[in-house]
Write a protein that binds this ligand. Structure first.
Ligand SMILES: Cc1cc2nc3c(=O)[nH]c(=O)nc-3n(C[C@H](O)[C@H](O)[C@H](O)COP(=O)(O)O)c2cc1C
Length: 331
């Protein structure tokens, strides 16, 4: 097997590790829609068109969120290796799939805050189990808000008076998706795969099968393959946060993906658990209603539930070598 390509004066092993960490980012149904082209002085991040999810994400907004999250991990990995990453979003490259290019801004001592977030990457998982009924502290909330601001987005902490409306919208969106045969068929291909699959959501990470009495409907990743343990009850007051950008569009989505990952890693580093509740932002009508609920000029990008929970299972990932675009052959 040829050696992993090297770049920026790092060893091939260091670059491979950076790609591995990037690939640990969250993505819709664990599709991992990213690829990297590594050249000695330039690294490109591309969307992988093979992993589009046209039923759930026809505009590819969530694909760009996922790629933004992978880009944030990649930035952290380079920083930890002593390289200051310089990122250009949506460079005018020949390939339509190009989302970002990364250059080296020279050597720099890693900052402790970046190292802490980088170390949290392998510990961050979607936590679909019930949380403990312990509130998130004001200090932690403040850090989460700051994390979103650090990536040019903002975090709306849902207020108690907004929760009933939001809850109704989440249920409405979930019903609309589950009534859509195309959506169900697409989702079915990403769940209940065998242990040897490097993609999709395994049963060990699926969480309890949703039931009508659940306050916040979780996406059903059980594929009907497991029953719910009797007595399973979700926490009564999770912290619900909505990550927003000022405008929509691909660049804002890539920024929001980076913010999503900074936020989620900050939560992980603070010992908090999180999962996403995206149906409400995927269905156009309910997304519009969420925007109206916010009452300000905003593009809602991601809804997360955050709280305290026990350790949870990881989902699989493709190997770094499978995430490479061969620089010589493809464009
Ligand atoms: C844009 C986006 C939307 C997502 N929506 C949901 C969701 O609605 N429900 C859910 O349980 N997980 C959701 N996820 C989480 C993915 O399913 C998860 O990241 C993936 O399965 C990999 O698992 P991990 O987060 O544990 O690494 C979403 C992730 C992204 C990036």
């Amino acid at each position: 097997m040829p050696a992993f390509p090297a770049a920026f004066g790092l060893t091939s092993g260091q670059v491979e590790q950076a790609v591995r960490l990037a690939g640990m980012a969250p993505s819709l149904h664990n599709s991992q829609p990213w690829r990297f082209r590594i050249m000695p002085h330039l690294i490109e991040l591309h969307a992988d068109p093979k992993y589009r999810l046209p039923a759930a994400d026809p505009e590819e907004r969530e694909l760009r969120l996922a790629c933004g999250a992978a880009l944030f991990n990649f930035r952290l990995a380079l920083a930890q290796a002593g390289i200051r990453p310089l990122v250009t979003l949506l460079p005018h490259l020949r390939a339509a799939t190009a989302l970002a290019e990364i250059r080296s801004g020279g050597h720099e001592e890693p900052r402790p805050a970046d190292v802490q977030l980088c170390e949290a990457i392998p510990r961050r998982h979607s936590h679909r189990q019930p949380f403990r009924n312990t509130p998130v502290s004001a200090e932690d909330k403040h850090l989460l808000v700051r994390a979103a601001q650090g990536e040019h987005t903002w975090l709306h902490v849902m207020r108690a008076d907004q929760l009933d409306v939001l809850e109704g919208l989440v249920h409405r969106a979930n019903r609309a998706q589950m009534a859509d045969e195309r959506f169900r068929a697409e989702l079915a291909t990403w769940v209940g795969r065998g242990d040897d699959s490097a993609e999709g959501v395994p049963l060990s990470a699926a969480g309890p099968k949703p039931e009508p009495q659940d306050q916040w409907v979780h996406r059903d990743f059980t594929g009907g393959l497991t029953a719910r343990e009797p007595g399973t009850k979700f926490e009564s007051h999770p912290l619900l946060v909505l990550l927003c950008s000022r405008t929509g569009g691909p660049e804002a989505e890539l920024r929001s993906g980076q913010a999503l990952q900074r936020l989620w890693l900050t939560a992980t580093a603070r010992g908090l658990a999180a999962s996403m509740i995206s149906q409400v932002l995927e269905v156009p009508e309910t997304r519009q209603s969420v925007q109206e609920l916010l009452g300000e000029q905003a593009a809602p990008q991601a809804l997360l539930r955050i709280g305290h929970g026990a350790a949870t299972a990881a989902s699989p990932r493709r190997e770094p070598a499978d995430l490479l675009i061969d620089s010589a052959s493809e464009r």
